[in-house]
Design a protein around this ligand. Structure first.
Ligand code: AMP
Length: 574
């Protein structure tokens, strides 16, 4: 492997990047740096964020600046303000020991006057978002006639954001003879058009395979009913106690809603989207960067400029509309040599999209089942126990308090203390999962309408979709946990009322209703027994939920006789 020195990087920059912790060039740097230093005219580099691309173009650009000539010599265009600041900041870091170099970020949403003043004083490198730069060009406060190098960073994203015409406009102000460097994570047709239009015989550099996601990212998906998506998200987050992740939503509204719900439910989460003020966005990003926030809920656009290397998980709260966005999203994890996981919570209708993305990234998704409550609790508990083992004890600080603490707890055995500490941390979680209904995957080809007919308002469980055990029929009953029913009382209730002995199989208790299984030959007897019965003032409804072909029966035809009050008003208790 070649060193930065062997690539031709000058000692001043080497010193700065060594201080930043760059020991060896990353592949994109090994490819791009010598090309740019050797004045290769045009370069197309297919590389995602996280591959080290900023330094790949930033280092040679700085090196090629003639500081004595105080006019813009390099223009870097990027899609968002965040990325603009990021790139300008990185370039400033690389040029710590290069005397007098002037780098100016130019972006919307901040004072144009101060940007104009800085431009008047003279700059060498402009990092800009297209809109603000055009504004400055129109005001004739910037001249691009000395620009010899132009970089289009995240070109695919710029096109996605509708900057195509702006790019045309800006390029028309640049000299004919200039090098152009285009960075893109993906290579859609529109990018190929730009390259044909503005580049002559470009050198093409591909880091990884074309359109392939990062190699060290695993792709998982969970399939749930649309209404279970949020609960599934919570479970997934709970299943990874040390998650440091970004949850991508499709709209600003959804982003805010999900963030609000997570915060209400006690998660360390916050939102990042375009409806927030710049100051709010900066604050959230700083919190996330500093690990003061575990979950960032973001839109694609708002998260663009976020440069964080150790994101462990990306969660797609639904798949993005375009496949390229998936590559961008998943490229936010598995960076700088680390491994990462990209999780998608999808609806059954999105299954086809998975196959398309698999083709594009040339990788298979692993299908997962939503973790069950007990598995989550176990995982959280062991993670906590692990933390207890590893925690650094500050002996000096707690020394003086220890004798009184020991005295206070002296009556407890070691086992009791452990149990209490663990309970303190986990009682709420355990209780939540004891009460929570499991989330089931939608059955392909099953009738949603039919199943929904059995639901109580606000219930989210699809226990009715489950098939009965062989030889058993699955029955629906319109009483559930809210009515104080538990498996014991339900079994007792059935056997107290149905003549003869009824062996009750699997029971699924929901909030407002339940399912239970009885031997097939007894099903109609059970149904007819409860016909017309009342519990308190509520009419009981019992019906066969599914036959053994998995088809729901008797939709909307509730037993219990609704016809004109002729029902026998048998009052029962359970
Ligand atoms: P980028 O693809 O430009 O967003 O860079 C991803 C991350 O890799 C940034 O945090 C850089 O600071 C870091 N980085 C870039 N080049 C190197 C290198 N040669 N060695 C170590 N880290 C690097």
């Amino acid at each position: 492997m070649r060193t930065f020195e062997e690539l031709g990087v000058i000692p001043e920059i080497q010193k700065a990047i060594t201080e930043l912790g760059f020991e060896q060039p990353m592949p994109v740097q090994t490819e791009v740096i010598p090309q740019l230093l050797a004045n290769t005219r045009d370069i197309i580099a297919l590389a995602q964020t996280g591959t080290g691309k900023t330094a790949a173009f930033g280092i040679p650009i700085i090196q090629k600046i003639n500081v004595k000539q105080l006019s813009p010599q390099t223009l870097i265009l990027c899609p968002t303000r965040e990325l603009c600041l990021q790139i300008a900041g990185d370039l400033t870091d690389y040029s710590t020991y290069v005397q007098d170099i002037k780098i100016l970020p130019v972006y919307g949403g901040s004072s144009i006057d101060s940007q104009i003043r800085t431009l008047k004083r003279g700059v060498h490198i402009i990092v800009a978002t297209p809109g603000r730069l055009i504004d400055l060009i129109k005001r004739r406060t910037v001249s691009l006639s000395d620009v010899h190098t132009m970089v289009l960073d995240e070109a695919d994203e710029m096109l996605n954001m509708g900057f195509s015409e702006d790019i045309d406009e800006i390029l028309s102000h640049l000299p004919e003879e200039r090098s152009m460097l285009l960075f893109s994570a993906t290579m859609p047709k529109e990018i190929e058009k730009i390259t044909r239009k503005y580049m002559s015989d470009p050198v093409e550099i591909t880091i990884g395979r074309k359109n392939e996601g990062a190699l060290n990212v695993r792709h998982l998906f969970y399939m749930v009913h649309a209404k279970d998506k949020y609960l599934a998200l919570k479970r997934i987050v709970d299943y990874y106690p040390n998650i440091y992740g970004i949850v991508f939503c499709r709209t600003r509204k959804e982003t805010q809603e999900i963030a609000d719900k997570l915060m209400q439910d006690g998660y360390d989460a916050d939102s990042l989207h375009g409806d927030l003020s710049q100051a709010q966005r900066d604050l959230v990003m700083a919190k996330f960067r500093n690990h003061n926030l575990q979950l960032l809920i973001a839109t694609d656009v708002a998260a663009r400029g976020l440069d964080v290397d150790d994101v462990t998980h990306i969660i797609n709260f639904g798949l993005p509309d375009d496949q390229e966005s998936y590559t961008h999203r998943s490229g936010r994890t598995g960076r700088a040599g680390k491994t990462g996981t990209s999780i998608s919570i999808i609806h059954i209708k999105e299954k086809g999209k998975i196959a398309q993305i698999e083709k594009m990234i040339n990788k298979k998704f692993e299908k997962r089942e939503i973790p069950k409550g007990d598995v989550i609790c176990e995982k959280q508990l062991f993670n906590f126990v692990d933390k207890i083992e590893k925690v650094k004890v500050n002996e000096a600080e707690i020394e003086r308090l220890l004798p009184s603490i020991f005295r206070k707890l002296e009556w407890l055995e070691k086992e009791d203390i452990i149990k209490r500490i663990v309970s303190l941390e986990f009682n709420r979680l355990i209780e939540y999962y004891q009460q929570a209904e499991e989330i089931y995957e939608p059955q392909e080809g099953s009738s949603r309408r039919g199943r929904d007919d059995f639901r109580g308002k606000g219930d989210r469980q699809d226990g009715g979709a489950r098939r009965a055990e062989k030889g058993y029929a699955r029955l629906f009953i319109n009483i559930g946990k809210m009515d104080g029913v538990n498996p014991g009382t339900l079994m007792g209730f059935i056997n107290d009322n149905v003549p003869g002995k009824v062996p009750v199989g699997r029971i699924d208790l929901m909030k407002n209703f339940s399912f239970f299984e009885v031997p097939e030959e007894l099903a109609s007897k059970v149904v007819s027994t409860f016909k017309g019965m009342y519990v308190d003032e509520r009419k009981l409804m019992v019906q066969i939920a599914q036959d053994d072909s998995g088809q729901e029966r008797g939709k909307k035809k509730f037993y219990g006789n609704d016809s004109g009050g002729k029902s026998k008003k048998k009052k029962v208790r359970y």
